[in-house]
Design a binder for this molecule. Sequence first.
Ligand code: SAJ
Length: 429
Amino acid sequence: MKICVIGLGYIGLPTACLMAEAGYEVIGVDTDAHKIEAIRQGTVEAPGENGLAPMVTRLYRQGKLAVSTAPMPADAFIICVPTPLERTSGAGQVLPGADLTYVKAAARSIAPLINKGSLVILESTVPPGTTEEVLLPILLEGGRNRGDILVAFAPERVHPGAVLEEMRCNDRVIGGVTEEAAEAAKVLYSSFVTGTIVTTDAASAEMVKLMENSYRDVNIALANEFAAVAREVGVDIGGAIHMANRHPRVNILEPGPGVGGHCIPVDPYFLINRSPQMTPLLQTARRVNEAGPSRMADLIEAIDGEHGVRRVALMGVAYKADVADTRESPALSLAQELTRRDYSVTLHDPLAARWNGPWADAVAGADLTVFMTGHKAYRDLCPKAVAAQVAKPIILDGRSAIEIPRWETEGFAVYTLGGHRRRRAADMP
Ligand code: SAJ
């Protein structure tokens, strides 16, 4: 069976590899000629995804994975293209929604290659109804009948940094425009998915994906709101969450300096845009999380009021620990806000190419060092070495990234997101 994977990004490339590894004849397609050339030259880079780059090169050289900048005839097509936010106005308010440009372009690029019995699977996260109301009509534009082709929606669940592992092991939901389509897609994914594959209709699968990420966004917002109250009350939020989570049915997430990545800040808007009147909680959660960087700027101003701060070093540009991905980076938003408030800002990230110079250069002369991402490289930093570089030994830990006693021993004043330091989780039984 020949499979054509459209889009070789964070999801499409590992998906193409796992399908090829499972024995299918796979053609990976991407309009980015540089990406295609890197695969052909064996110079693919997948920072943070151990095993992916060598797997791509091996499969390509074995002839199990072909690549092209244009789709080729196949028995099945898997669409893994971006669905970014677009600012649209509706119901008298600006409501970000899904930009389906890439999905529509991918559908149009494969429509001429569709035959009777072709299977088309959409993996990109989309608003409920997109598979049946947007994708299918484009595929039928060539005058085909609905019953001629099998169309399904198969969202992914991955943890960046362990994408291959999670694509294999996690349970998967697959929704079909018809039951036959869902079953056909299930057979395909069963070739490498060891988790349970649940089949349903396309709209339910689209909804499930958005519910998963919206659930996470709301719970991150809840943690951030608790942190704000803890700051007012003077309670250490880390310790309070640790204690609250000892309740058998409580699982409060981590407060942070903002919510980044290409999914959590985006996906709730696909539900908000679809039903603005029915989603006050999702909209509030988005506002709470989007205010993360400005809350951090307020905290920095308060520290400035106490100690005098002009130069701020932001450590961690990636959207979360131990990944190189800087999309929707809270650190970049904070850097903009601090610059607007006349602070001098340096940025550093050990994994993100643009900012991965020596950390000492980033903190040199800093009046305040802010940990925005809990990279392992930061957790392993030597406080004495940092003390020798900074102008003032003051830390704002936005991610519970450091062991506070190690830094206080070296004379650092350490601030956290929530309240003054009391008995911290680490000190607790
Ligand atoms: N964050 C917090 N506090 C937390 C957890 C996360 O502030 O307790 C922040 C992170 O630092 C980051 C942002 O939220 O800036 C998003 O991180 P994440 O780990 O929640 O999300 P992603 O985008 O890496 O992965 C999510 C996952 N979805 C869920 O956990 C429900 C992943 O399983 C999905 O496959 C992925 O979105 C996706 O591609 O949809």
